[in-house]
Write a protein that binds this ligand. Sequence first.
Ligand code: RP5
Length: 165
Amino acid sequence: MKKVGIVMGSDSDLPILEKAMNMLKSLEVPYEVHVYSAHRTPDEAIAFARGAEENGFGVLIAAAGMAAHLAGVLAANTTLPVIGIPCKSQYLDGVDALLATVQMPTGIPVATVAINGGGNAALLACQMLAISDEALAARLKAKRAADTAAVLEKDARICAEYSSL
Ligand code: RP5
């Protein structure tokens, strides 16, 4: 199976990526994790993106905060799909990173998830890989069914506990 490449702009982004890693682990999807910054280590970030396809990656996840150019820089250097996670930092509540990640020019798309949306980034990556992987597609369907059942269980519990009929 192709790997997911996870890149973060700083190790301070790690807690957000842990959600993504846990999701990938639970769906049995291999991943490789790096800290490369679009600003602090641009050569390494670009080299990683340029070599990603031949190094066995099928999709990249890039997480960065503040002036978050990482996902865009990776996307500019590969035709693999790139999923961007805007990270919330101390100021501006992550809206700075959201706009920097999502507002890409035509020709270089980045699939941007919610601020700190590590879980959804991993799920989206799995959905992309599942297009050509039936076993992974089946695991995704099973997860979706289990998630639905969990919500309906909560509904039954809350309804029984809080309704006044
Ligand atoms: C970004 O700046 C990183 O992705 C991080 O979210 C933010 C702050 O980085 P540190 O100052 O914590 O290293 O490049």
